[in-house]
Every structure is written in structure tokens, then in C-alpha cells.
Design a protein around this ligand. Sequence first.
Ligand code: HEM
Length: 383
Amino acid sequence: MFTRLLSSLPPPFLFTLLVFVAAAVVLFLVGLLSSVDSLCVELLSGGGRGFDPSPAVTRAITNVVCTLVFSATYRHGDAELQEVIRYNDGIVQTIAGGGLVDIYPWMKVFPNTSLRKLKDCINVRDRLLTRKLEEHKASLSDGDPRDLLDALLKGQADRSPGSEDEQITDDHVLMTAAEAFGAGVETTSTTLLWILAYLLHHPEVQGRVQEELDEQVGGGRAGSASDRGRLPYLDCVINEGMRIRPVSPVLIPHTAMTHSSIGGHSVSRGTRVLVNMWSIHHDPRHWDKPDLFNPGRFLDDQGQRVTPSCFLPFGAGPRVCVGESLARLELFLFLSSLLQRMSFRQPDGAPPPNLQGRLGVVLQPLPYKVVITPRAGWEGGAK
Ligand code: HEM
């Protein structure tokens, strides 16, 4: 399947991003379900006392991306997984810190602790991904690709030699794999943590999701991707979480390729365009009481799902998020399984999570604690 897709390539790098979604959906489900089970077991084992769910959530989502990119599904505490988490976090934290070098690149010649840490993390990342790439080259077969690295290698091999800028180089492959971590870990884990924070503020919403799960899935089996159509309210909770706290309040900067216009304003070629997602998702002309967490706004009078045109958590147009379907599947499987198997509440006497957040690479909730209790039949976390 990938070979067919890959043979009709547009420019290589863009294509490698596009193949992502197809590769992801087909290949990573098994690893994803195993990460979901592990997260449930881990949360339930420590959840009776108040604790911060963030490290466990980040670990689970990182594991999913490892499965997707190079077919590794790690056990809790695995040294290689810790290494991936450490360098990924180092990159995110140093980029988020900003600095004068971002504005005046020539300043990189002066000693700079943050820049050195960033370079160290990138070196660790590149060494690990290069090792995985070499292992994949050595074991590549004619069959279906096992993961994203396989799909990219097959695309690389299938490209007839043309001009240099049409080829997929090893560097393209490595940077695409690296981008899966950069774009896929922080966004998805942060969205999950925002939704959990809002559920602590709104126990009635958590209760309604659990009622829907009990009616539509029951407690006798784990939920699966095929349950998605039967769980509209859970979908609305996910949408409302992404509306009220978009992980990128201001999207990645874009540059106008041609002379154009937006909302009657002329935009000349080369203009830097910043999309203010926060304002789109909080505009009172489009959203009733935009600061209120109200998942029901994504349901119509008949209880059917509606998606307002000004709901754009993944962006829009040619540069829309290529991981959207993957992210939606992850959010659905993690949240449905968590809420089917356990209930979340804030520790006695603790203040509810702060909902202002902190802006770094993404808009993150401040650390908060949860107390977790298993739901009937799910005391061990998995079946
Ligand atoms: C809840 C999770 C996620 C959210 C909210 C999200 C949101 C976004 C947004 C808003 C953009 C920018 C669109 C623009 O600039 O116009 C973007 C770009 C991108 N996302 Fe995601 N994303 C998520 C998860 C993922 C995942 C899981 C992956 C892959 C594993 C991914 C891969 C990418 C890539 C590669 C781009 C750049 C696309 C391009 O420039 O053409 N994202 N995402």
C-alpha cells in the first residue's frame, strides 16, 4: 500500500509527512492499545494518594510515538524510553525558553548554556534515530512496512533517480522521524492533561461520560476504536478541551507564497502570517459563553455531533496538522479507557487545578494532583 502511495510522490519531504497518517493508523494500533493498558495499570497502582499524572501520561504518549516510528513498545522504566523522554523534554524546554539567539543568530558564537543543552539533546536524538535507521535498513523486507521508518525507506528506494531536490535523503527520513516526536508528544499529552484538569473541575461531565461508556461499552470488555461512533459525548468533551485550551494558542508562523487577502485585508507575498487560534476559539460572536467548559455545545438539539466552522484545533488548509486522525484516535482510546476503568478527583483539601496554564512550546496546565479510584471490575487496570 505504501509503495503505491510513494510512487506518486509530490516533493519528497512534504510527502513523507503526508504518508505519516496512513502509516500511523494502520500500523500502530496494537502498540497504542498496549500503551493504554500500561497507563491504566500505572495510574491505578499509584492513584489512591494524590499524585501528578503528567509523567505517566507523557511516558505513555512517547511510547505510542516510538511504536509508530520504529516499532518499539517499551516497558515502564526501560532505559531507552527514558533516554527518548529526556532528550525530547530537553529540546522542548530549551526551545520554549526562547533567548536572544532566536532573534540574533550570530550570538551563537558566545557561550550559551541553553544552546549547549539543546545541541546535546539533538545529538542524543540523532544518534538514537540513526541507530534505528541502520537497523531498519538491515532488516527491510519486501512485505508491508512495519512502521514509519520502513515506509520512508521504501519511499526512498522506490524513487527513480531524478534531480537532487526530488530525492528522499537519509536526512529527510531522520528529520521526519524526529518531527513525529516534536509534533506528536507534547501536543497530545498536553491535551489529555487539560481535559483531565477540566474533568476535576466538572465532576458532572466525568459522570456523564462514564454513564455513556457504561451504556455503550459496559464493563465486561475494554473499549476499542470501533466504539467511537457510539460515544458522541466523549467526543464532545475532547473537542471542548481542545477549544477552550488550544495547545497552540498562536499557530506556527506561515509566510504568504503569493499576493492574497484575509478578511478583506490585503496580504502581500512574503508577509509573515500568525493565526491567533485563541481568539478564534474564544470569540463571543461564535461561541456562547466562550470561557465556560461546556461539551454540550458540540451537540445539536437532536443529540447529534456538530462541528462549528470556527473550531480549528488542528489548523486548516494545506498545512493542517498531518497527525490529526492519529491524535484523535489516541485521545479517544486513552480517555475512553481511563474513564471506563477509573474515576478522577482532586485530593481532599487541595485547590482545583489552575486553568490559566503556562505558555512554552505549547500552552500547558500547571502541575496538579489527582486521586484515582478504580471502577467496579477494573481494580487491576486491565483485563
Ligand atoms: C492533540 C494533538 C495535536 C494537536 C492539537 C495538533 C495541532 C497542530 C497544529 C495546530 C498544527 C499547525 C497547523 C498550522 O500551522 O496551520 C500542527 C502541525 C503539525 N502536526 Fe499536529 N497536532 C497534534 C498532534 C499531532 C501528532 C500526533 C502528530 C504526528 C505524530 C502531529 C504532526 C504534525 C506535523 C508534522 C505538523 C506540521 C505540518 C506542516 O507544517 O505541514 N501532530 N499540529
